[in-house]
Design a protein around this ligand. Structure first.
Ligand code: OGA
Ligand code: MN
Length: 318
């Protein structure tokens, strides 16, 4: 998208200074027509994986779920249901997804909504939280340590600091296009094991132990270069650097190659840093983009709502 345009009552414009992404306004999430949904899906593909929706008011959960459903089937929020960013606790009885959902609903918990922040979601009072929350979150794609990671993630800014806590996005379609031939030849046909030890902020995930080395780390193995079937784009799929490992290579060689690929993939010309405004929703495609969070001052509050869509099998690009 090269300039501002309005289609089906929805206004789209490029994000000033960003190499990808688009701003969207004029959307009523619970009253979208199918023509408007098509406009949004086209816009996201044109914008290579990122749309930023401006809203004057905070959304209800129903509105955020409706917007999420434009992009795919709503997935349980990370950490709510076993197997979706959550491991069964030690001694926890086996239970079906339906049983887990019923239990959450009984407690008044929405299984499709996660809260990211340092505030209690009910009272919005400060809650005790790991100091890692405030530091920088490393580049990652969401839950790529499971075999079928969620495709789209959405963040809705409800309380944001005056400064700090920006979210960075790095476009792996642009990075794949710009791969130098020698680096491409070293990674074509290879995979990466995506470590499941740590969460986005670097906290040990429940039930995990620290592996002796990346070779022993647990996590799903995915092709380094993937194809996004819906757009035809090729993208680098790196997950996160910590404990990344290229199976079949000696650890030293894997480290050297991963360092080279990451240095290429995260160059500033592929990146956009989003400074949040209250009410915004950013939706991104985890098949195309890495994201990270910049540090937050410990005295500041930050509170986001988060949803995601069901994933699809990762397709290798050969
Ligand atoms: C996430 C995430 C970053 C942020 O919710 O998956 O990485 O800026 N959030 O809150
Ligand atoms: Mn994330």
């Amino acid at each position: 998208m090269l300039s501002r345009e309005t289609r089906e009552g929805i206004t789209l414009e490029p994000i000033v200074g960003a190499p990808f992404g688009a701003r969207v306004s004029g959307v009523d999430p619970v009253a979208l027509t199918s023509a408007q949904k098509a406009v949004l899906l086209n816009a996201y593909a044109d914008a290579h994986g990122l749309l930023c929706f401006g809203f004057d008011e905070l959304l209800t959960a129903e509105q955020l779920h409706a917007l999420t459903a434009v992009f795919g089937e709503n997935e349980f929020a990370p950490g709510r249901i076993n197997g979706i960013g959550r491991r069964a606790r030690e001694g926890e009885p086996e239970s079906t997804v339906d049983e887990q959902v019923a239990k959450l609903r009984n407690k008044g918990v929405d299984p499709y909504l996660a809260f990211i922040g340092n505030l209690d979601p009910k009272t919005l009072e400060r809650q005790p939280i790991s100091e890692k929350f405030f530091g920088e979150w490393e580049w990652h794609t969401d839950m790529s340590y499971i075999p079928v990671p969620p495709t789209f993630s959405l963040l809705h800014a409800r309380i944001i600091p005056d400064d700090g806590g920006d979210t960075g996005f790095c476009n792996q379609v642009l990075a794949a296009k710009a791969l130098p031939d020698d680096l491409r030849s070293r990674i074509v046909g290879r995979s990466i094991k995506h470590d499941s030890t740590y969460g986005s902020s670097g906290i040990l995930r429940p039930g995990m132990t620290v592996p002796e080395s990346p070779v022993e780390a647990l996590g799903a193995v995915h092709p380094i270069l993937r194809r996004v079937p819906s757009t035809g784009d090729e993208a680098l799929f790196l997950g996160r650097r910590t404990n990344g490992y290229i199976p079949d290579l000696p650890l030293g060689e894997s480290e050297a190659l991963l360092n080279a690929v990451w240095a290429h993939a995260t160059q500033p010309e592929f990146c956009y840093r989003h400074a949040w405004r209250v009410g915004e929703v950013v939706v991104w495609d985890n098949r195309m983009l890495l994201h990270m969070r910049h540090p937050v001052d410990e005295s500041r509050d930050r509170f986001m709502w988060r949803t995601q869509t069901k994933g699809e099998a990762v397709v290798a690009s050969t």
